[in-house]
Design a binder for this molecule. Sequence first.
Ligand code: 5RP
Length: 226
Amino acid sequence: MEELKRAVAKEALKFIEDDMIVGLGTGSTTAYFIEYLGKLIMEGELEDVYGVPTSYQARLLAIENGVPVVGLDEVDAIDIAVDGADEVDPNLNLIKGRGAALTMEKIIEYRAGTFLVLVDESKLVERLGQRVPVPIEVIPAAWRAIAEEIEVFNATAELRMASKKDGPVVTDNGNFILDAKFHRIEDPLDLEIELNNIPGVVENGIFADIADIVLVGTREGVKRLE
Ligand code: 5RP
């Protein structure tokens, strides 16, 4: 699996050119991309490339690997964003957020000229919600009320815990994450909008209709979906 992640991360480098502002995703696949991108920058193969990190994790990795970072509020536009995903359906709708960075990821990826997604073949599903629950970032005080409200959607939601001892996972924005299992997700875009209408929901991990290209690492090589 690590080999497949490395292969898609290498392939993603072909999309990066001099003078680009690059959204840097979060997670183990994007970590390889950040490492390889840093190498090209340090070797002088790429010039004037800046990264806009989607999390503290991505920011630290970028700094460690020699990718200069800038904030979203310092750039006029993002040329390309590169990130992983937890599920990809045949219409390239995604579930993201196992790394709890979904809000900043969506803010940056929505604004990117191209949103490039990197996955291995295990992430491809016929219907969203088959493998993983939908992460929902919520204002901490509202977590229980929202978890109950989500039952209206024929779903159950659990508060994501770091561990029993350490308590709930806290996002970079100081919020909690609910993981919601839906009986069946018929219309990802509709559910994405509906969930964000609940007061106290900051953002949810359905990324409907925003991926431009998906690179899939398979045993037979990297495949491109668009
Ligand atoms: C983090 C994410 C990640 O991109 C997603 O969880 C995939 O991660 P990995 O590449 O480690 O499988 O959405 O919030």
